[in-house]
Ligand binder design. Sequence first.
Ligand code: ADP
Length: 412
Amino acid sequence: MDATSSYDKISLLRLAFKGLDDRELQDMAALTEIRTYPPGHVLCHEGAYEEVFYIVADGNAEITKKMIEGEEDRLLRVARRGDMVGEMALIQNAPRAATVRTLTECTVLEMEKRDFETILSRSPHMAMDIIRITLDRIRANDQTMIEELQKSNKVLRQLDRNKMEFIQVAAHELRTPLTVLNGYANVLRAMSGNETNAAMEEVVQGILKGTERIHEVVNLMLDVSRIGTETLKIAVVPVPLKRIIDDLIHNFEKAASERKIRIYAQHAEGVPIINGDPGLIQKALYQLIINAIKYSPDGSMILVTTRPVRMNDGAPGVEVAVRDRGIGIDAEHLELIFEKFYQVGSVDLHSSGKTSYKGGGPGLGLAIVKGVARAHGGKTWAESAGHDEVNFTGSTFYLQLPVDPPKPNSEK
Ligand code: ADP
């Protein structure tokens, strides 16, 4: 006689399905087979369409799921005596959602899909039990996943804080020798005497231009470490938005005209005065306009518009849009470009110079825009038909700011 036949199917089924009466248990027992498998045997293969449903009678089996390509499967739970496995895929007519592998020698009650369906249609008790068990399991899986995500989120936030601290320290460390360098270059210039040594003057000019550029990058690093933090507090005063935009355009005129780029501003009727931090808003708009110049070919056109809008919560606000006819951005980058250090394409291909075509930058400008938007309770995003250096369909960057930023203590 087969050793496994000594298993009492009825008591096992009673353990798995609490609501079944004796008749139903007997019907079900008649349709099941008892089998024993060695350790390491795969009962269910994730992704496969399989037709068997199991109830563990003895031994343990692990249930694992592939979460991230290239990484080890994650353990969802261990199935023990009285647990059923493999029923979800049968109910859904879907491939297995997880892999079930025996950890020890495992004895199971097996039922074919066809019989399982017959029993399900005959027994509302069993259907209810299965629904309840399945829902419990989905809820438990959700909970595990949420906890896992919360843990990863915490780690990512800490890593981001470390990165910001490093940027801040590096920027401060660079600032002192830079100031020294700048000072010596000026001394050198004074010593050489302008007219007598034109070659020396050129060298000194080169050094000063270089230090000025490094200074700008260092300031950008300091800005992002301050503006990038979620706790940034802003000074709130009325902001002359239109004037900030007009002044910025005016200041960019020389650099833009060297590349035959024209920048226009258009302010709609009824743009309200907003309250916020003018210094920060100026920094954000500076980044949007300088990017529009950088990523537009010579001879192009940039349009900066403002209009009154309703924010998501219905509160009044202003939208600034910077539209260029530049190289455009593919959809997969549209959100990521607002992350610190994110750049599209190869950094090696960048030319240097802050307003030259595709001029290199540290990838911090849009992170500053995002930080400024967040600090004001506003939002920023980009739209583009895609990267296109033939037709230059370009991109539009939006910055929406509410008339009144949220009070600091109403932060969520
Ligand atoms: P940086 O310009 O210093 O690289 P940003 O944070 O300002 O960094 O921008 C991130 C990336 O977004 C840029 O490297 C560029 O690929 C893309 N980008 C930003 N503005 C535009 C624009 N107006 N047109 C096309 N691409 C843009």
